[in-house]
Design a protein around this ligand. Structure first.
Ligand SMILES: Cc1cc2nc3c(=O)[nH]c(=O)nc-3n(C[C@H](O)[C@H](O)[C@H](O)COP(=O)(O)O)c2cc1C
Length: 155
């Protein structure tokens, strides 16, 4: 999809078909994560955890029964790492929806992640729910003023 069409079409999906993403389907999404910019180029500050085990997913709240969850974690995260995590997740969201998959940003699951699935010493910062959908994405007619803009212009 053309970039501007993708940006206008992307939306938060909260319903998913049952089957998890295959390794092939995950590939462009993980590549999108790897292509993300991160502050100071500190890529080793971040870790991705791909959760597809239904027994584990059942213990996690607010994920709308998504069959795949990817968590971005960091040791002792500060503002930089949280911003990084947002960009990494956003890259994955765009890549997923560009492939016709359903995706959504998720913060609400972080508190209920079982401690055992996140690598020792890492704090979960942000996550993305992923799955299949039969819905086709089409560009939305979004209100261009969703985010108010203050202009500082020359008099
Ligand atoms: C930082 C951030 C956190 C979010 N956390 C959640 C979440 O925990 N659960 C959820 O259902 N949606 C979550 N969302 C999705 C937003 O609710 C959604 O993007 C917003 O309402 C705009 O809708 P749209 O994405 O369809 O344009 C989050 C989005 C962002 C950017």
């Amino acid at each position: 999809m053309e970039l501007m069409d993708l940006l206008q079409s992307r939306r938060a999906f909260r319903e998913y078909d049952d089957q998890p993403l295959t390794s092939e389907e995950l590939q462009p999404i993980l590549l999108a994560a790897e292509t993300s910019p991160v502050g100071l180029g500190k890529y080793r500050n971040h870790r991705l955890t791909v959760i597809q085990d239904p027994k584990v997913l059942k213990q996690i709240q607010n994920i709308y029964q998504a069959p795949t969850l990817i968590v971005v974690s960091s040791p002792d995260p500060g503002q930089l790492e949280f911003i990084d995590a947002g960009i990494i997740v956003h890259n994955m969201e765009l890549a997923a929806e560009n492939e016709g998959l359903a995706a959504n940003y998720n913060m609400a699951c972080l508190a209920s992640l079982p401690k055992t699935v996140i690598p020792a010493g890492m704090t979960p910062c942000f996550a993305i729910t992923l799955g299949h959908t039969k819905e086709k994405l089409t560009p939305r007619d979004l209100d261009i003023k969703r985010i108010p803009i203050n202009w500082i212009k020359k008099d």
